[in-house]
Design a protein around this ligand. Structure first.
Ligand SMILES: [Zn+2]
Length: 552
């Protein structure tokens, strides 16, 4: 024993010395080298170019710290359709695509029954924390494991996993099936809630957090710009016709009187940068109260900052509102990383930041600058298509809906009345293809024969889940999207503005550097799996990004 110790001591000294320079010592008693905590942050609707559009105004401790200390994958691309929140979050944490992981949209139509399904709806569970339907949620529609599940499995459930977001789907899907908890925000009460899938009642600390009523505190002075408004040189003027207006606002300008607006519109809180502040404050409380990063095994915290998405949808990417939201988020990240440095130890945790999707510019903004963009009136198109099909087949409403840029058919009628589904799809494709703004319409079952560029074809196939996706896929011209109201904007397409996402890793086990190599959203989960020496999720089709992980 004595002799062993004598041999060990210089060795430990050596490890510590080397470790201090290259890679911090982990807390693992089993000898496997792992970080104490992984924090996976998804900034909702963050376009990759926001890293640089506002770069000069970021401080040193937020986005710039990630870039200066961490590893940035400059060309991380989504390779599925549609580019929506639930789909993106599932892909990041499963390394898989809707075809395999089943999360085919935020909502989809169950193809065999025609029933609408919300991605995380689960009628078998109850809300915990309020009486509403908002908590009847679980990850049961997700058909595969997440990297967070795999961590739990790998450590025989000693790892703790917690998911946090204002949005149910963005808390639930990343945290996976085996999560200790997922929490999301209820507008009516202004509280974080969960479901009986996870627990019977909220922990005392969550009740304490809720009772502080931080929402009123955050909005009490309204929303004004962080810096003098004339310094927001990266955005349009404050009063553009294509920006959203809160009810009772005459113009969409600062300061937004959030205190007053919130009185009659509880959901408006989400559409302010303070939604991110609240989320990160709740995340800090979760770290403290679950004692994340201080247990016997590596823990995993997933965070979605959703307000960037609400603000982006409402005001558009070239608004002062979105610029201000990112400048404030940058400050929040600085504080959050400082908190983790103090709580877990600098270099003892690994953090990654990415996005679930990007966003298109407002159509009004595009047109103002002579850039091609237009609305598609999908309802009118579906109505005429139904009429054509009724004339041909003598059956009303064979098309249930256009959704997720797919056409959902009434399969009960088609199977029940032995209609020729191939003929129905052929007529649909021919009609849709002729409509202005529709670049391609394709029967996904015949996509091999379709003259569609390979990258888009691959995204359609990856996004197509036989039981949950519409049988005909529509691809619009660049810049076009479904009528969404004349103000604000949206996402969902294959185009780079919707699918080019930031991806930056920092901390334990991460190299410093950057790469312009194209990597995919599906590569994130296997990269984290490789870092942690755990099995990749069971539907994973991605590959580890080797440059990110430091060699020991
Ligand atoms: Zn989103």
């Amino acid at each position: 024993m004595q002799r062993k110790l004598l041999i060990l001591i210089p060795f430990l000294f050596f490890c510590f010395f080397v470790g201090a320079q290259t890679k911090p010592v982990s807390n693992s008693s089993q000898g496997i080298s792992r970080p104490k905590l992984v924090v996976g942050i998804v900034v909702d609707q963050m376009r990759w170019d926001y890293l640089y559009k506002y770069y000069n105004r970021y401080g040193n401790g937020g986005f710039k710290r990630l870039l200066n200390e961490g590893f940035t994958c400059e060309n991380a691309m989504i390779i599925h359709l549609p580019s929506y929140t639930a789909v993106g979050h599932s892909c990041v944490f499963t390394g898989s695509v809707p075809a395999l992981n089943g999360i085919a949209g935020n909502d989809w139509t169950e193809q065999l029954t025609g029933k609408l399904m919300y991605c995380t709806a689960d009628s078998t569970v109850q809300s915990v924390g309020n009486e509403s339907e908002d908590g009847k949620m679980s990850p049961r529609n997700l058909l595969v494991t997440t990297v967070t599940d795999e961590l739990r499995i790998a450590t025989n459930y000693q790892s703790k996993v917690v998911g946090v977001s204002l949005k149910d789907r963005a808390a639930i899907l990343p945290a996976g099936h085996t999560a200790n908890a997922a929490y999301w925000f209820d507008d009516a009460s202004g509280h974080f809630i969960t479901s009986s899938y996870y627990m019977k009642q909220l922990p005392a600390w969550v009740n304490d957090f809720n009772n502080k009523n931080e929402v009123s505190e955050l909005i009490k002075n309204g929303w004004n710009t962080l810096y003098p408004i004339n310094t927001y040189s990266q955005s349009d003027s404050d009063n553009e016709s294509y920006e959203g207006r809160f009810k009772d606002e005459k113009e969409s300008v600062f300061p937004h009187d959030m205190k007053k607006i919130y009185e009659t519109n509880k959901g408006s809180f989400r559409t302010t940068p303070f939604g991110n502040t609240l989320t990160l404050d709740f995340a800090k409380a979760a770290v403290e109260n679950y004692n994340l990063g201080n247990g016997s095994a590596t823990d995993f915290l997933t965070i979605n900052c959703a307000s960037t998405d609400y603000v982006g949808h409402f005001f558009g990417p070239n608004s002062i509102e979105i610029e201000d939201t990112y400048l404030r988020l940058d400050k929040e990240f600085e504080k959050f990383f400082q908190f983790l440095d103090a709580k877990i130890g600098k270099g003892e945790y690994t953090v990654f930041i990415t996005a679930d999707h990007g966003v298109a510019h407002n159509i009004g903004y595009m047109q103002k600058h002579e850039l091609p963009a237009e609305f598609l009136n999908s309802k009118a198109i579906i109505d005429s298509l139904n009429k054509i099909l009724t004339d041909k087949f003598g059956v009303q409403k064979l098309v249930l809906s256009g959704m997720n840029y797919q056409v959902n058919y009434d399969m009960q009628k088609i199977y029940g009345q032995h209609l020729d589904f191939d003929a129905i799809k052929k007529i649909s494709v021919e009609y849709l293809q002729q409509q202005p703004g529709i670049q391609y319409a394709v029967d996904v079952a015949k996509i091999g024969e379709a003259p569609i560029p390979e990258p888009i074809k691959k995204m359609i196939i990856n996004g197509y889940n036989f039981k949950r996706s519409g049988a005909v896929q529509v691809v619009l011209n660049a810049g076009w999207f479904e009528g969404y109201g004349k103000t604000g904007t949206t996402h969902g397409s294959w185009n780079p503005y919707d699918t080019h996402i930031p991806l930056v890793f920092m901390g334990w086990g991460i190299n410093h550097g950057s790469s312009n190599a194209v990597v995919h959203m599906t590569d994130i989960a296997p990269t984290v799996s490789a870092l942690l020496h755990i099995q990749m999720p069971n539907g994973c089709i991605g590959e580890p990004i080797k440059e990110v992980i430091s060699s020991k």
